[in-house]
Every structure is written in structure tokens, then in C-alpha cells.
Write a new protein. Structure first.
Lengths: 136, 136
DNA sequence: ATCGATGCAAACTCTTTGCATAGCA
DNA sequence: TGCTATGCAAAGAGTTTGCATCGAT
């Protein structure tokens, strides 16, 4: 996912391309990490003030519905980043929120599930401190 | 973890064994599944009314601090069940909340983490419908 | 000109906390 | 008796919503 694709998806679905939506898409594009609504709003307050927290919430929600963003819960707050094209799991730095891709998926090795259990989803996340954060 | 052990742990730490705490321990013992505070309170309202939601929250918190309960977040609500003795991951029925144990841990297969990344934790959960729920 | 987007304020959900009272040890 | 546990009400955090206005198409 990138800025242009995101805005295209909005337009194609009949939603308006507003400056605020462009700003938000830009923020997610510039920050390759998990951002909460408040985090996005804080970045906005510094870089391009004038977007209310409500609008951030509303547009994040819209972006998620359109598949532009994907969500992960991190201590009770929803965090978002641009959707990636392939299925993978995140290695999350709990200091800076940077996300790296984990190449394996544990579901590929789950051969011994109880018979009759219908799997609909799974979550695998690894948390820790990235090299930048724990060396400083 | 079981009822008696739970109440013993309370007593040993100097906390009082009240009827309400016994009721709550009983509920977690009878229900081998993830329960939110509200779920516990709903069970209480039917089986043995007279415990406020506040008390449920306070005792769940205490139980968790003492290691009697362990928590998992499930769509924005904390859910709890009796602590199990070994490290394992849950197979969660999203209909009834029943939890089965997954025997493998993906961290055992994670050999290719980025150098310098200091792992502090991980989460692996599988969701779906158990045989009881999706057959009915 | 239209209809969606936004800001403001209020509401909502889950959870925690202050304070006075009730109840275990 | 003494101190903890509890209920009530209020507060707090994150998020959503109603309504009037603004603005993109």
C-alpha cells in the first residue's frame, strides 16, 4: 500500500479526496510503523495542525474498511499501518512501534488441531526492543 | 489452578476469604473458558446475585496480580481464565469462549529474527468455531 | 448545488478510583 | 476491634455519534 493507491481507492469508491485525508495517507506512508489514532493526531498537531481527533478516528475507520489500513491491538489501543500485500506476522518494537516482517507463519505448521474445529483466524506477534532502541 | 489453590493463595498473602471471592473462584473453576469481567458479572447475576461489577473488577485484578488468573485481550475486552502451569497458546472458540491448548509454540521455530532484536514477549492465538458450536 | 467531510460536544464502553459502610479475622 | 472488602457514584481513557456547517465534485 502507498499514498497514491490509498487515495485512488478512496476516489474509486466515491469518497472525496480531502487535504486531511491526503495528510493522513502521507503520515502512514512516511511512518512504517504502528500508529494509534492519538499518535496520528499528535504527528498532525506538529506537522500540519487543523485536523480534529474525531476526523482522525473517522478516516482511520474508513481506511480500514477500504482495506487501506490494517489494525493491531497493542495494550488496549488500536494501532494501524498500511496494509501489506502478503500474509505475514509482525515483529513489533514496543519502544518505537517499528514493525518488521516475520517470514514464517505458524499456521503452516499447525497440523494437530482438534477435529471439527473450524479455524477462522489467528494472531501471531512478537514483541521486543529493536536494535536502534535497546542500544541507546 | 483450582478453587482451593486459589483461595489458599489469597489467604497466604493476607487477603480475606469472602463469600464473593469464593463465588468468583468457583465461576472460573466451573467455566473452563475465557470470561470478561462483564461475563463473570452476568453469571453472578443469575446464580448468586449481590456482587457489584466493581467488586468483580477489583477481585479479577487481585487474582491476576496473585497469578490465579491469566489475561487475554479479545476485541478490546480483557478476558480471564485460571492460570495453567505450562507455557502454551490458546485455540479459542469465538462463539462460546472455550479454550483448548495448542501444543506447539511458534517461538521454538523462530530462528531467523533480525540480529540485535531483543525479544520480550509474543502472542499466538488461533480463533474459530469449536465442534460443539459450528455443528449446531 | 449537492452530498459527503469536518468540528464540536456529548454519549458510550470498559475500567479504575474515592469515600463511606459493611464484614471477615 | 481493626483493617480489609464492598457498593455507590464519579472519573478516566479510548472511541463513536448527532448535528450543524464547511467544502469537494
Amino acid at each position: 500500500m502507498n499514498r497514491t493507491t490509498a487515495l485512488d481507492m478512496l476516489a474509486r469508491k466515491g469518497y472525496k479526496i480531502t487535504g486531511k485525508r491526503e495528510t493522513m495517507a502521507h503520515i502512514f506512508w512516511k511512518n512504517h510503523r504502528l500508529l494509534s489514532a492519538r499518535a496520528v493526531h499528535n504527528i498532525i498537531k506538529v506537522d500540519s495542525p487543523g485536523i480534529s481527533l474525531d476526523t482522525v478516528y473517522r478516516n482511520i475507520r474508513l481506511f480500514e474498511e477500504l482495506g487501506i489500513l490494517e489494525a493491531t491491538e497493542l495494550n488496549r489501543e488500536k494501532h494501524y499501518c498500511f496494509t501489506s500485500s502478503d500474509h505475514h506476522h509482525p515483529l513489533i518494537c514496543i519502544d518505537c512501534g517499528t514493525v518488521k516482517k516475520i517470514e514464517i507463519c505458524p499456521m503452516d505448521h499447525m497440523l494437530d488441531l482438534p477435529k471439527g474445529f473450524l479455524v477462522t483466524g489467528h494472531k501471531f506477534e512478537v514483541y521486543g526492543h529493536c536494535s536502534d532502541c535497546h542500544s541507546s
